[in-house]
Design a protein around this ligand. Structure first.
Ligand SMILES: *[C@@H]1O[C@H](CO)[C@@H](O)[C@H](O)[C@H]1NC(C)=O
Ligand SMILES: *[C@@H]1O[C@H](CO)[C@@H](O)[C@H](O)[C@H]1NC(C)=O
Ligand SMILES: *[C@@H]1O[C@H](CO)[C@@H](O)[C@H](O)[C@H]1NC(C)=O
Ligand SMILES: *[C@@H]1O[C@H](CO)[C@@H](O)[C@H](O)[C@H]1NC(C)=O
Ligand SMILES: *[C@@H]1O[C@H](CO)[C@@H](O)[C@H](O)[C@H]1NC(C)=O
Ligand SMILES: *[C@@H]1O[C@H](CO)[C@@H](O)[C@H](O)[C@H]1NC(C)=O
Ligand SMILES: *[C@@H]1O[C@H](CO)[C@@H](O)[C@H](O)[C@H]1NC(C)=O
Ligand SMILES: *[C@@H]1O[C@H](CO)[C@@H](O)[C@H](O)[C@H]1NC(C)=O
Length: 592
């Protein structure tokens, strides 16, 4: 008894109102992205008309509002959404633009669509990690690289110089996948001045390299375009082994194409398969991605691909580059990938959830890094609520791409582009921003609208003489935090919102979804506190004790949390009853 009293006296402090919520969705994911009633379909129409305005150059006000978008007519691109709850989204929510350059190209298609093959550049890294998650034991991720490539021991053993040498025995597949191994970024041509045509080093203030230069003379492939350097793992490893690290492992994320070339070799070593077999056997075939490949198609099939400018960017193929940036895919196939991941077709739900978490921050509050997710923390302008986007981008040669998963909505989208324009990456980034700014508020609004029709309303006890009821509503007032608001909660004649600690905290209470069990038709929600109170202290330390995740499940009655509400839903997802767990009561839905 005294312990309960102690807890209750702490409550006013612990449960100070702050819109902190839990990580994840504010509503169950929307099921309708495509019907005439869907707010997502409406926003897609809005998006495509905005794109059309930029493309035609007619809407000068639109064109002048975003410089990057005003140049989109010169970029060929394919845009597509997908959702695990609305399979029609893949077909219906697509948009394609063919630039003059591609319409007149001598090779490849002259008109792009959902089945056009693009190079996806560094989106390949996502396939490499996915294949690893599907094919490796969990312990393989933490094995030192020296186990796979014993020759690296030489560098590790000489490790009295951690500034100058990578500690290869501390580099693991997991660190490579999370871009936090600190290994050199690139290998061969990318970024190497020695490979610039007509290089005059001294004009750039760089010294001439003498033949005894301790680094470059020990690297067989630096400054060389010998194809063996891109095909032969031994030569490849020799080329990176003695270069200095960017950081010590697990210090800061540092983008590394080389890290993914090495990860590809690790996968090949563990599975005993070639890199081509790995993608085909573990991902392309099981997800029916029939137009995806780890090599460009043969010439008679080029008509299915988009090939702007010089064919060399399309047709070149190097084994060592595949796991970092060598794959090819289509809008339709990337939708299959997205649905396959979000619907747990290959990787079990728990492993998928674990995969879609950050492994490190960046120096920017808005972005974190996973394996190899580029995680964007998107903030809605109206509510300040955050949705995490799990993205992977790519840009190489004449191709740029983004693949974006929105786990909170069980949906996502991809953007594939092809162009010789030097502005390609800026333009595709601007397209991505436009898609996100248009689609995310619509997904949130659609999820809210569906939650309103599925869950809002009155629930009442059918037990004779028992005065117990719950009313839920969607709060439409300006600035109201998202979630289902508890407008009233009477239990056995008592207004719980006025009396019960925890419920009482700060009106309005809101319900956020926590666990959905499709098999049994049970959907659990948890009550969180209401709106931000400006008076609340959210200092660097004090913010922790006012966060919802900190107080979750804090008050119980007979072992059941007072914040747990379990709904029974019918096959269409509509609630028929609610069970406020601690109250041991079933309240039947009484409205319509
Ligand atoms: C698009 O390409 C054409 C032809 O190459 C060029 O004249 C024009 O300046 C480009 N437009 C933009 C906005 O970059
Ligand atoms: C996701 O999986 C469920 C259950 O297997 C299935 O009914 C649904 O059609 C899948 N979604 C899509 C878009 O394929
Ligand atoms: C993996 O690497 C180890 C160490 O170099 C080697 O002994 C083994 O044969 C390799 N396995 C495969 C399948 O290449
Ligand atoms: C088109 O492909 C052929 C080879 O099939 C090649 O000779 C030609 O140079 C290519 N055109 C361009 C613009 O790359
Ligand atoms: C269309 O999008 C613009 C900008 O994203 C937004 O201001 C406008 O309200 C949207 N209109 C509709 C009908 O969604
Ligand atoms: C709706 O939100 C407003 C603004 O946050 C708040 O003042 C009001 O109490 C809320 N109403 C309900 C029923 O939750
Ligand atoms: C309702 O409250 C009364 C006392 O006011 C009590 O006798 C009764 O057992 C309660 N019923 C339930 C179901 O809690
Ligand atoms: C149920 O209880 C509430 C709160 O005490 C009260 O306002 C209401 O009149 C009661 N309803 C009935 C039918 O007794």
């Amino acid at each position: 008894m005294s312990r309960l009293r102690h807890l209750l006296t702490l409550l006013p402090i612990c449960l100070t109102p702050v819109l902190a919520d839990y990580l994840g969705p504010r509503y169950p994911p929307p099921a309708d992205l495509t019907s005439d009633e869907s707010l997502v379909a409406a926003s897609w129409a809005n998006l495509t008309s905005t794109l059309q305005a930029y493309l035609s150059g007619i809407d000068q006000s639109a064109a002048s509002s975003n410089d990057a978008l005003s140049a989109i007519q010169n970029v060929t691109f394919s845009l597509g959404m997908f959702s695990i709850h609305d399979s029609a989204a893949t077909e219906i929510l697509q948009f394609h633009h063919t630039s003059a350059e591609v319409a007149n190209a001598p090779n490849g298609t002259n008109q792009v669509d959902g089945d056009t093959i693009y190079r996806i550049a560094s989106v390949s890294k996502l396939f490499t990690v996915y294949a690893g998650l599907l094919g490796l034991d969990s312990t393989d991720w933490d094995r030192p690289l020296t186990e796979f490539f014993p020759q690296l021991m030489e560098t590790s053993n000489n490790n009295n110089n951690i500034v100058g040498h990578v500690q290869w025995d501390l580099v693991t597949p997991r660190a490579l996948a999370a871009q936090i191994a600190g290994v050199p970024r690139d290998f061969l041509s990318l970024g190497e001045f020695l490979l610039q045509p007509d290089l005059n080093p001294t004009a750039l203030g760089l010294p001439l390299l003498d033949s005894n230069d301790p680094i470059s003379s020990s690297l067989p492939c630096i400054g060389s375009e010998d194809p063996a350097c891109a095909e032969d793992p031994e030569r490849y490893i020799m080329g990176v082994q003695n270069r200095p690290p960017t950081f010590l492992p697990w210090t800061s994320p540092g983008y590394s194409n080389n890290g993914f070339s090495l990860l590809g070799l690790v996968l090949a070593n563990i599975t005993g398969k070639t890199i081509d077999e790995i993608y085909r056997d573990s991902i392309f075939d099981p997800l029916d991605m029939t137009n995806s490949n780890s090599s460009p198609p043969i010439q008679s099939e080029w008509f299915r691909a988009v090939i702007p400018g010089d064919i060399s960017y399309f047709a070149s193929d190097s084994d060592m580059a595949k796991s970092s940036g060598g794959l090819l895919s289509t809008t339709q196939d990337l939708a299959k990938l997205g649905v396959g991941i979000l619907n747990h077709t290959l990787l079990p739900p728990d492993e998928t959830r674990k995969w879609m978490k950050p492994l490190s921050h960046t120096a920017r509050l808005q972005s974190s890094v996973g394996a190899p997710w580029e995680i964007v923390r998107y903030t809605y302008a109206d509510s300040g609520v955050v949705t995490d986007l799990y993205t992977k981008g790519g840009d190489s040669g004449h191709y740029g791409s983004f693949f974006v998963l929105l786990p909170d909505f069980d949906a996502g989208f991809s953007i594939l582009t092809a162009s010789t324009s030097a502005e390609r990456l800026t333009i595709i980034g601007a397209i991505g921003d436009l898609v996100a700014d248009t689609i995310l508020p619509a997904l949130m609004a659609q999820a809210a609208a569906e939650a309103e029709s599925n869950f809002a309303g009155s629930y009442t006890s059918t037990v004779e003489g028992l005065n117990s009821s719950l009313t839920l509503s969607l709060n439409q007032s300006q600035g109201a935090p998202p979630g289902l608001a508890i407008s009233s909660f009477i239990s056995n004649g008592t207004d719980v919102l006025l009396t019960l600690p925890g419920m009482r905290r700060n009106l309005p209470n809101r319900l956020l979804p926590s666990i959905a069990d499709v098999a049994t038709g049970q959907v659990a929600f948890r009550a969180v506190r209401g709106a931000d109170a400006p008076s609340v202290q959210v200092g660097p330390i004090s913010q922790f004790v006012t966060a919802d995740w900190f107080s979750v499940d804090g008050l119980t009655y007979g072992g059941l949390s007072t914040e747990l509400f379990v709904f029974d839903v019918d096959s269409s997802g509509r609630a028929v009853a609610v069970n406020p767990a601690a109250f041991r009561v079933r309240l039947e839905r009484t409205d319509g």
